[in-house]
Unconditional design. Structure first.
Length: 83
């Protein structure tokens, strides 16, 4: 079964604190807000940041959870097959 990368996409409209809070709440590999801020900074600088690797179904669930976690904004994420 192939694995998929869940990627945080950078967006100039993001506000750092709410995005980091969502990352910390949704992604189990992000254990604290400092790690969330590192992922946020990487996505803003590089256009995307790797959040985790999972099977496709679980990855899709994380992408959806990120988009819906905060009613005030959407945290954009995407899936990319790991090669």
């Amino acid at each position: 079964m192939p694995l998929w990368k869940v990627l945080l996409l950078g967006d100039s409209e993001y506000e750092e604190d709410p995005v980091c809070s969502v990352l910390h709440q949704v992604i189990p590999e992000i254990e604290n807000l400092r790690q969330a801020q590192e992922k946020f900074d990487e996505a803003q600088k590089m256009g995307k940041a790797l959040l985790l690797v999972a099977n496709k179904e679980l990855g899709e669930a994380y992408v959806e959870q990120l988009a819906r976690a905060d009613p005030e904004m959407i945290v954009y994420a995407d899936l990319e097959e790991e090669k």
